[in-house]
Design a protein around this ligand. Structure first.
Ligand code: 3HC
Ligand code: NAI
Length: 706
């Protein structure tokens, strides 16, 4: 029998004496205001209805509940607040069961924690991922979960944000029962029926006893604090999570909830939360390129890779790890053997670390073949070229691909800088040609720039996005230009860094300032890791066409002339006496920089760390604005995601253009104009930045314009 549904987002149905409340707010049953109101009203009517003996909470569709409605953060709160609703569930006099399928995350798991009994069907995933959004569980999770499973396990879940399987949740005592079928409603009805039959009453998590032995809890908190001090530098919410959990030990439950609320609101108001939520939505928005809406992808089973060097081998591993068939082509048998070796090395490394068995390696490599004969690519659905960065070499490869590949095969280049339009136009099927710009190491780095040349078919672009999905990459659509999105911006902020170096900052101060800002490595560490030789070759190639009026800092050339290419040669900007981990500062490098200053007639000055960040970010933002202005990036958010996933930009700052909005665009423009007094050639305000400042608008307004 169907009762009156209080609101369309919570369906309420009576099954004999059990009231089934189904959250129905597609796609993930987020706990938006309508759902909260609906659930509260349903609980009220259940309390008053003598026909109801127990309550079962479920989710409609694929999931139990994905948590609070993230879109409401930063907007005026609307009652009932989630913590109030959750309290209300726990306070119910009649037994409440949560039956979980799909995911129960964040506020969704907190609803389940407030229920008196929990059941999860196989395949369900449970977690408190708030930390990934710069938050802490704010609906009682920090107070209830430790009482249920102890501080150690609770902290581990909340600080990692990871998802537990139903089986793991059972083992931890987070759920009481596993459902055998995947029908959460049937399983939940059966479970609650048994509870009612055995007269099990309401059982409240707030009264659970996992914290009764205090010593191990305090030890867990101390350990978490030490760990967070090292690993979560600069982040607010991990520290607040630990503080909230500490309150479970020395405060009564209600006081602990108040402390949780206070800490939650601090996180909610922080720019870190805004940056992380921006990144969350932007990662989903980048998938919605115009071509993915317009066309369906082609079939993708067999992948070809031409070139088995750093990138070709990494791409092959990424495709093998995704379960695809991979054929590698090299120019001769010796190079082919090296290419195969490069692939095997990755798996051997995992075996050495105990993360892979020899049998798994063999099973994976059974999907791998290698040849020097292009005809081995005849059945490939998609081929990625990763040979030397040389137009003639690439065109020769594409000519072969044009000759041997089946009709409809997608032909991709992993070029870093070259014009893909030129490559496309050199063969008979330009509509099948696209750029797939992977980042090194290609089996690890998440970013995949999908570079869209003029004549490419929408289906081919859609297939590239499908490939990214299969490889678990983050795809960002980019237009054709020198360096596409990321490398083009990198080239510009590198120039700003080099100018500061020559003007008086040391490479070590610059690196430290940028690490403190949140980058995992500073730009000189990155240069040493990537190897100075590649950039040196490019600079020499472009020397003839370089604008003679542009400032050219020669420090990097001086290092390369000495053969100091970075980690692989044991020295670059840093010394590496015992490999990459042994980096130390090099007085000889400082002397070379000094000599360069003298040669250029520069009197060195000091830079504060804040001044370094101002210049670095102004250069990055300005070029980023040009990239958006020219349509190379579809929206500011695409660019933000590219810099986060390909260049180590701190996620909690949301990307360079989210950071620019927070910093204030008038201030960015004022900084650029100030720096232009020294070097007007380099510091030219982007027309888009100027226009936005004039309109009193921000970059985010452009994210919603499409
Ligand atoms: N609120 C609002 N929208 C959400 C949402 C949420 N909690 N979770 C997902 N969505 C949206 C996504 O933005 C996406 O929208 P779109 O279709 O317009 O792009 C849509 O739902 C589908 O999401 P996915 O593409 O990610 O779908 P999947 O099926 O791949 O994954 C999921 C589903 C595992 C639930 C994943 O979306 C996810 O991890 N969501 C975030 C979960 C989370 O962080 N919850 C905690 C929220 S904070 C909280 O609860 C605070 C509380 O403690 C007070
Ligand atoms: P690499 O020098 O490590 O490997 C190139 C491989 O291509 C060599 O194994 C070589 O034998 C092979 N090769 C050359 N000509 C060939 C031909 N005609 N047929 C078959 N194989 C041939 O170079 P790397 O670093 O892997 O770069 C490859 C491409 O990827 C370049 O276009 C580069 O710009 C791009 N790229 C490089 C990145 C990096 O960090 N190394 C990052 C992103 C893109």
């Amino acid at each position: 029998m169907s009762c009156d549904t209080p609101l369309p987002t919570v369906e309420s149905t009576l099954h004999e004496s059990i009231l089934v409340l189904t959250l129905d707010n597609p796609p993930v049953n987020a706990l938006g205001v309508e759902v909260r109101r609906g659930l509260l009203a349903a609980l009220d009517s259940a309390a008053d209805n003598p026909a109801v003996e127990g309550i079962l909470i479920l989710g409609a569709g694929r999931h139990f509940c994905g948590g609070a409605d993230i879109r409401e953060f930063g907007k005026p709160p609307q009652p009932p607040a989630l913590p109030e609703l959750v309290k209300r569930i726990e306070a119910c006099a009649k037994p409440v069961v949560a039956a979980i399928h799909g995911v129960a995350l964040g506020g969704g798991l907190e609803v389940a924690l407030a229920a008196h009994y929990r059941l999860a069907v196989r395949g369900a995933r449970l977690g408190l991922p708030e930390v990934q959004l710069g938050l802490l569980p704010g609906a009682g999770g920090t107070q209830r979960l430790p009482r249920l499973i102890g501080a150690k396990a609770a902290l581990e879940l909340m600080l990692s944000g990871r998802h537990l399987s139903a089986e793991q949740a059972l083992e931890l005592g987070l759920v009481d029962r596993l459902g055998d079928s995947d029908d959460a409603q049937a399983e939940g009805l059966a479970y609650l029926g048994q509870l009612l039959a055995s007269q099990a009453g309401a059982r409240r998590t707030r009264d659970a006893l996992a914290l009764s032995d205090l010593a191990p809890q305090r030890a867990a908190i101390a350990a978490a604090r030490e760990q967070a001090g090292k690993k979560s530098r600069g982040l607010l919410s991990p520290h607040h999570i630990i503080q909230a959990v500490e309150a479970t030990l020395d405060r009564p439950f209600e006081d602990g909830l108040k402390e949780e609320r206070r800490l939650f609101l601090e996180c909610l108001d922080s720019p870190q939360r805004a940056g992380l939520v921006h990144a969350f939505f932007a990662e989903r928005e980048v998938l919605k390129a115009p071509e993915t809406r317009a066309a369906a992808p082609r079939a993708l089973e067999q992948i070809g890779v031409v070139g088995g060097g750093t990138m070709g081998a990494g791409i092959a591993v990424a495709a093998l790890d995704a379960g695809l068939q991979v054929t590698m082509i090299e120019r001769d048998q010796a190079a082919l053997a090296r290419g195969r070796g490069n692939v095997e090395k990755v798996y051997d490394g995992l075996i050495d670390k105990g993360r892979l068995s020899a049998a798994d390696k063999a099973a994976t490599l059974a999907r791998f073949s290698a040849s020097i004969d292009y005809r081995a690519l005849a059945q490939a659905d998609l081929v990625i070229e990763a040979v030397f960065e040389d137009m003639a070499a690439k065109q020769a490869v594409f000519k072969e691909l044009d000759r041997v590949c089946k009709a409809g095969a997608v032909l991709a280049s992993n070029t870093s800088y070259l014009d893909i339009n030129v490559i496309a136009q050199s063969i008979s099927r330009p509509a099948d040609v696209i750029g797939l710009h992977f980042f090194s190491p290609a089996n690890i780095m998440k970013l995949l720039e999908i570079v869209v040349p003029a004549k490419v078919a929408a289906q081919v672009v859609a297939t590239a996005f499908e490939l990214a999905k299969k490889l678990h990459k983050v795809p960002v659509r980019a237009g054709v230009c020198d360096g596409f999105i990321g490398n083009r911006i990198l080239a510009v902020y590198r120039q700003a860094v080099d100018a500061m170096l020559e003007d008086g900052a040391s490479p070590y101060q610059i690196d430290q300032a940028l690490r403190d800002f949140g980058f995992p490595m500073g730009p000189f560490q990155v240069a040493d890791l990537a190897g100075g030789d590649i950039g040196w070759a490019t600079r020499k190639r472009k020397a003839a066409t370089r604008d003679p009026k542009a400032r050219y800092v020669q420090v990097a050339d001086r290092l390369c002339e000495r053969g100091w290419f970075g980690q692989k040669t044991g020295r670059g900007y840093y010394l590496y006496p015992q490999g990459p981990r042994s980096a130390s500062e090099d007085p000889e490098v400082l002397a070379i920089i000094d000599a360069e200053r003298q040669r250029a007639g520069i009197t060195p000055r000091t830079f504060s760390d804040a001044q370094i960040i101002r210049r670095y970010m102004a250069a990055m933002i300005n070029e980023a604005a040009n990239v958006v202005h020219e349509g190379i990036a579809l929206r500011p958010l695409d660019l933000d995601i590219a810099l986060i996933h390909g260049y180590g930009f701190p996620r909690y700052r949301g990307g360079p253009l989210k950071y620019a909005d927070q910093y204030g665009l008038p201030q960015v423009l004022a900084d650029i104009r100030e720096f232009a007094e020294d070097d007007p050639q380099f510091w030219k305000p982007s027309p888009l930045l100027v226009a936005l400042v004039e309109r009193e608008a921000n970059f985010d307004s452009l994210n919603h314009a499409h």
